[in-house]
Design a protein around this ligand. Structure first.
Ligand SMILES: [Zn+2]
Length: 196
C-alpha cells in the first residue's frame, strides 16, 4: 500500500456539504435551473429530515415529502402530507425542512401542507418497513382506510421473533400513531405502527 498523494490532502471535501455548490452562480437569471440540479439538491436536503416520532425514518421514507418546486425567484416550495390531521409532528417537520434547506443554500423556503393525495401508510417504502422492524416496531399492514387508525389491526406479527401470536395491550403506544402490543410467543412488548 502506498501513501496517498500529498495533493489529496488539499482536495475539496468529497461529501459536498462543506464546499460551496457551484450551481447557478453567474450569468443566469434567478430561478433558472439547467438539468434540475438545484431541484435535486433541494430534494436531497428536505429528504434528510427525520420524522420526530420515529427518528429512524426520514420524511422521504414515510412518503410525507410529496413535492418540491423552485419559483422564478429561486425560492423553494415544499409540499408535505401530514400523517393525520392534528398530528403534533407536522410543525416540527416543517421547521426541519426549512432548516435543512437553509443549510444547503436555500434560504426562505416555504412549506405547504398538502392534502391531495391524502397520506396513508401505503406511501411508506419497503425500506421504511424494514427499518421499523429493525428497531422493534411492527410496520403497518398494506391496507389503509380512514377508520383504521382507531380500529384493531388484524394479523400483527411480532417484529422481534416474527410470531403472529400477538395481542394488543393498549390503543396508544409511545405516540398516537402507534399502538402497544405484546407477543405471546417471546413475551416481548412492542409498538405497532397503525394503519391509516
Ligand atoms: Zn415475539
Amino acid at each position: 500500500m502506498s501513501a496517498p498523494p500529498v495533493d489529496a490532502v488539499h482536495s475539496p471535501s468529497l461529501d459536498g456539504r462543506s464546499s460551496e455548490r457551484p450551481v447557478d452562480r453567474v450569468g443566469r437569471p434567478p430561478g433558472s435551473d439547467p438539468g434540475g440540479v438545484r431541484l435535486q439538491a433541494a430534494r436531497a436536503a428536505a429528504a434528510r429530515v427525520a420524522d420526530p416520532e420515529i427518528p429512524v425514518l426520514s420524511i422521504d421514507d414515510l412518503g410525507i415529502l410529496h413535492d418540491i418546486a423552485i419559483d422564478e425567484n429561486g425560492r423553494v416550495l415544499v409540499t408535505i402530507l401530514p400523517t393525520y390531521s392534528g398530528c403534533p409532528a407536522t410543525g416540527v417537520i416543517a421547521l426541519g425542512v426549512v432548516t435543512e434547506l437553509a443549510k444547503d443554500g436555500f434560504p426562505d423556503a416555504r412549506v405547504r401542507l398538502g392534502n391531495t393525495p391524502a397520506w396513508s401508510t401505503g406511501r411508506m417504502s419497503e425500506a421504511a418497513r424494514e427499518k421499523l422492524r429493525a428497531c422493534g416496531i411492527s410496520p403497518p399492514g398494506r391496507a389503509s382506510g380512514k377508520r383504521a387508525l382507531f380500529a384493531p389491526s388484524p394479523g400483527v406479527d411480532c417484529p422481534r421473533c416474527g410470531s403472529g401470536d400477538t395481542e394488543r395491550i393498549s390503543e396508544f403506544g409511545s405516540t398516537a400513531c402507534k399502538a402497544h402490543w405484546r407477543c405471546r410467543a417471546c413475551r416481548e412488548p412492542f409498538d405497532h405502527f397503525k394503519c391509516v
